[in-house]
Design a binder for this molecule. Structure first.
Ligand code: ADP
Ligand code: ADP
Length: 214
């Protein structure tokens, strides 16, 4: 199964990604997670990416595309993969197409999760993450069992630096300008699966699985 998750910040891509990759036993490739790991490790890539991420802007295509191309050649991608947060520009989508065709592969589906801006802002601002295992919670909609602690690691939960109102608003605008055109791009290829992101987490997951198995 070769899948792409599309949707504005806070739509629920990462949350659904965790469940989908578990079910289909494929790797979860989140470009946001890759950048955050690089920032944590203090790499050159992390330093460059942080300048853009902190402002809510997209990291330049040339930095992102090479990382994803490289990642797709790893052994664990032979059964497929789930791309989360990539592609985000038409240029990135074209680069992905070129790479996949050179490998003789095609995408199976592009899952497009949507919700309106008011919900997106509330979700992103209340998001908390575990830096140890990457689990995502929400202070109101998906709280951990013990406040401020990861259910699995028991370690403290953090708010992402870019999950503050002003930056979230910028990210949503950037999504409308640069990423939303990808819906048309993939619609023309007959790959889009539209998902209502305002439904409960489990219902969304069930809808996705049903559609993938049709
Ligand atoms: P994205 O990866 O698209 O930015 P996340 O999966 O990180 O979104 O979800 C954003 C926030 O909203 C998280 O705090 C998550 O727990 C919460 N969330 C995700 N899906 C739902 C949902 N269907 N209903 C309510 N809250 C949700
Ligand atoms: P969200 O889940 O809220 O949509 P991500 O974790 O996917 O956010 O991305 C966080 C930030 O990382 C983005 O705002 C952007 O700066 C950078 N980023 C992630 N993926 C890409 C990409 N494919 N192209 C450019 N920038 C990216």
């Amino acid at each position: 199964m070769r899948l792409v998750l599309l949707g504005p910040p806070g739509a629920g891509k990462g949350t659904q990604a965790s469940a989908i990759v578990k079910k289909y036993n494929i790797p979860h490739i989140s470009t946001g997670d890759i950048f955050r790991a690089n920032i944590k490790e203090g790499t050159e890539l992390g330093k460059k990416a942080k300048e853009y991420m902190d402002k809510g802007l997209l990291v330049p295509d040339e930095l992102v595309v090479s990382i994803v191309k490289d990642r797709l050649t790893k052994d664990d991608c032979t059964n497929g993969f789930l791309l989360d947060g990539f592609p985000r520009t038409v240029n990135q989508a074209e680069a992905l197409d070129t790479e996949l065709s050179s490998m003789g592969l095609k995408l199976n589906k592009v899952i497009n999760i949507d919700a309106d801006s008011k919900i997106l802002i509330e979700r992103a601002i209340g998001r908390r993450i575990c830096k140890e295992c990457g689990a995502t919670y929400h202070i109101k909609f998906n709280p951990p069992k013990v406040e401020g602690k990861c259910d699995k690691e028991n370690s403290p939960l953090f708010q992402r630096d870019d999950d503050v109102e002003e930056t979230v608003a910028t990210r949503i605008n950037v999504y409308f300008e640069q990423t939303q055109p990808l819906i048309d791009y993939y619609q023309q290829k007959g790959l889009i699966l539209n998902i209502d992101g305002t439904k409960p987490i489990d219902d969304i997951f069930n809808t996705i699985v049903e559609a993938l198995e049709k």
